[in-house]
Design a protein around this ligand. Structure first.
Ligand code: ACO
Length: 323
């Protein structure tokens, strides 16, 4: 059967690094609170005029370099974001143009923090159904543009950045020993809209709006739903948690990540943790973590990697792959 194998990873983080202490004069908070409640120490913020597509293009170029490919080799771009440059066209088409690609196709996926997991599952579908041989899958966000700087309970949590992977079709045996994406599990439940949303948009206010979150409620859903979706995806792949080499979770909060790992029976040595340096970069956090860990040489060929994420919607899911 046709599998979708990761051939390269790359990422880009804006130059400007903002430490927790930066927020101390702006809202009633402190470095110790942010660190102990979230695990976040610093985040990157895009410069004025630097857009989601700019971050995406840089991450895409890095992933292509890593794969030893050029833009001409790519048939499709699937980009996950909730912070597009414009209402339309899709940021993916802006990345396409930025890479100098005039063939193939490109579109965005919107599932907030779960966006990269949804994009990866969709890209695998394109490869399986022979609509593409090679797909660039990107998560790119500029959440700094939708933060309420007067709200200490949300403004300290998010960062900007982009990550990308190159997927390529490869023949597999149809067993859990194959390299590539082995299984996915996607979920949404729109009745939880008010737990995490942006209070503006094209057809409502005509403005971009600001992020609103009931963090403690999202926290509870996260811990319960993330371990469950990861187990479901593992089950579909014919694998168990004991066979997992790496958990590469959405990086929202170190406490959610460690609680999920614990529920899955995974020691923290098997968890890729980047939230301290990146904050929550929404759809970019998983490809960023994949790219950072891959660059450090942490993944060996054949390793089983579980990605999982939850975000606005609520939407949540997991993709299991063999490196
Ligand atoms: N500094 C100091 N105090 C703060 C801050 C801050 N930055 N933020 C909140 N507090 C206060 C609150 O006001 C509250 O004070 P009170 O008791 O006087 O009312 C107290 O800290 C406790 O607040 P909680 O919200 O209960 O704190 P909690 O331990 O739950 O941590 C947090 C808050 C970090 C937001 C946590 O709930 C969380 O991480 N939630 C999940 C976030 C998440 O995963 N989002 C999903 C993905 S994001 C996406 O899809 C875009």
């Amino acid at each position: 059967i046709r599998r979708a194998v990761i051939r390269g990873t790359g990422h880009y983080l804006p130059e400007r690094v903002v430490e927790n202490s930066w927020f101390e004069g702006k809202v009633d908070t402190n470095d110790e609170w942010i660190r102990s409640r979230t695990g976040i120490e610093r985040r990157h913020f895009a410069a004025e005029g630097q857009m989601t597509s700019d971050l995406g293009i840089r991450a895409a170029r890095a992933a292509l370099d890593d794969a030893g490919m050029s833009a001409d080799d790519i048939d499709a771009i699937v980009l996950a974001t909730s912070t597009p440059d414009l209402t339309f066209p899709a940021v993916a088409t802006m990345v396409q143009a930025g890479l100098g690609m005039t063939r193939g196709f490109a579109f965005d996926v919107q599932a907030v923090c779960a966006g990269f997991v949804f994009a990866l599952a969709n890209a695998e579908g394109l490869i399986r159904t022979e609509q593409a041989e090679r797909v660039l899958v990107i998560g790119a966000e500029t959440f700094s543009r939708i933060l309420d700087w007067d709200d200490r309970s949300t403004s300290v949590l998010f960062g900007d950045g982009a990550g990308a992977v190159v997927l390529e079709a490869a023949e597999g045996q149809g067993t859990s020993d194959d390299r590539g994406i082995l299984a996915s599990d996607l979920n949404s439940d729109g009745q939880y809209r008010d737990l995490l949303y942006v209070d503006g948009g094209v057809s409502s206010t005509g403005t971009a709006g600001q992020l609103k979150m009931q963090g403690n409620l999202v926290f509870r859903h996260a811990v319960e739903k993330l371990a469950k979706t990861a187990h479901t995806a593992l089950d579909k792949a014919g694998l168990t948690a004991e066979q997992v080499d790496w958990l590469v979770p959405h990086q929202a909060n170190a406490r959610i990540i460690s609680a999920t790992a614990q529920k899955m029976g995974l020691p923290m040595e098997k968890v890729v943790l980047t939230v301290s340096d990146h904050g929550n970069t929404s759809a970019a956090s998983i490809p960023l973590a994949l790219s950072v860990a891959a660059a450090e040489g942490r993944f060996k060929p054949g390793d089983v990697i579980v990605t999982e994420a939850i975000g606005g919607g609520l939407s949540w899911g997991s993709v299991v792959l063999r490196w």
